[in-house]
Design a protein around this ligand. Structure first.
Ligand code: IPM
Ligand code: MG
Length: 373
């Protein structure tokens, strides 16, 4: 039996709906496998801004920092007209958690299910054999140009009488590159031992340093067949020959963009889970934050339409990486696959002319399947 404390941050938009399904799944795992999970729910994003004046309060942050894992839903954008340049923004919750909890490696597996090949915008023959994982650097780069604590890293709009200009800073230290590249090589060793490091070394100095570090780390992992690839080439190959990739490691912004592109291979961004890990250990794994890759989707929020699979598979990653519960994680993944194979589809993955189920029904079917495993 495992005991664990899990911070739950459902957040905005469809976040609460999909997180509810992930929690139902974890409750079944608890009961079936006799574990004991303690959940602490907190506010993030728009609700936190309204109630507490900040996207994540110190006390919610501390709750996360003292848990074994964080289950995260989504954070939205402020409605048009309400955003003040210097005011709190919902995404700040994510940036603070990623940075201050040291979560530098964002794992995003992309493994299209065969029954969903028809839902993808790619032809099935291109999808066959596709099974890759992105390791996106998550706590540096352009996203953190804003940190006032780091002088010389501006990210601002400057308006003077003479002109208006804007600047963002893309800064990486060698250590920031090395730790994520090492994590990616280790993941490659446990998989098919192929790694693609993605950069823009023909333009960016940060990418030239990135290559240097990759070459050094590669020497410690002789069994991994690896290559450098420019980000534009990678964007093209992802839709031309996706099955050629195994592990892809890249910097923060490239990883953000490429994973949305790769999500389309699975049929919908609603299918993709993610795990954000650092170097802090828990009793039987690594501390981490788990969230579906889709955002808050305000257009469908509260309408029982969102696909809960990304959130449920994120809960599976939580079981595996933070709690060391491999068998339980595999059972959750198998339940999802079974339900999809059975023809159960939310609207984002339903083929034209086929009936779709709602978020709750999809969640209920996964839970039923898991109970019967
Ligand atoms: C993601 C999201 C976030 C990011 C947004 C919400 C700031 O797109 O997790 O991929 O860009 O990192
Ligand atoms: Mg994104």
């Amino acid at each position: 039996m495992s005991k664990a404390t899990i911070a739950v941050l459902p957040g905005d938009g469809v976040g609460p709906e999909v997180t509810a399904c992930a929690l139902d799944v974890l409750a079944v795992v608890e009961e079936r496998y006799r574990h004991s999970f303690t959940f602490h729910e907190g506010l993030v994003g728009l609700d936190a801004i309204r109630a507490e004046g900040t996207a994540i309060s110190d006390s919610t942050f501390e709750t996360c920092a003292h848990s074994d894992a964080v289950l995260f839903g989504a954070v939205g954008s402020l409605p048009a007209g309400q955003a003040r340049a210097d005011g709190p923004r919902p995404e700040q919750a994510l940036f603070r958690l990623r940075k201050e909890l040291g979560l530098f490696a964002n794992l995003r597996p992309v493994h299209p299910f065969e029954p969903l090949y028809g839902a993808s915008s790619l032809k099935p023959e291109h999808l066959k054999g596709t099974d890759m994982i992105f390791v996106r650097e998550l706590s540096a780069g352009l996203y953190y140009g804003r940190l006032e604590s780091v002088p010389g890293k501006p990210s601002e709009i400057r308006r003077t009488a003479a002109r208006t200009e804007a600047v963002d800073t893309l800064l990486y230290t060698e250590e920031e590159i090395e730790r994520v590249v090492r994590a990616a090589f280790e993941i490659a060793e446990a998989r098919a031992s192929r790694l693609t490091s993605v950069d823009k070394a023909n333009v960016l100095s940060s990418s030239v340093l990135w290559r240097e570090v990759v070459e050094r780390v590669a020497a410690d992992h002789p069994s991994v067949a690896w290559e450098h690839m420019l980000v534009d080439t990678c964007a093209m190959r992802l839709v031309r020959t996706p099955a050629d990739f195994d592990v892809i490691v890249t910097e923060n912004l490239f990883g953000d963009i490429l994973t949305d592109e790769a999500a389309m291979l699975t049929g919908s961004i609603g299918m993709l889970p993610s795990a954000s890990l650092g170097s802090r250990r828990t009793a039987s794994g690594m501390f981490g934050l788990y969230e579906p890759v889709h955002g808050s989707a305000p257009d469908i929020a509260g309408r029982d339409m969102a696909n809960p699979v990304g959130a449920v598979l994120s809960a599976a990653l939580l079981l595996r990486h933070s709690l060391g519960l491999d068998q339980e994680a595999a059972a959750v993944e198998a339940a999802v696959e079974h339900v999809v194979r059975d023809g159960c589809r939310t609207v984002d993955i339903a083929e034209a002319g086929h009936a779709a189920v709602g978020t709750r029904e999809m969640g209920r079917r996964i839970v039923d399947r898991l109970r019967r495993t």
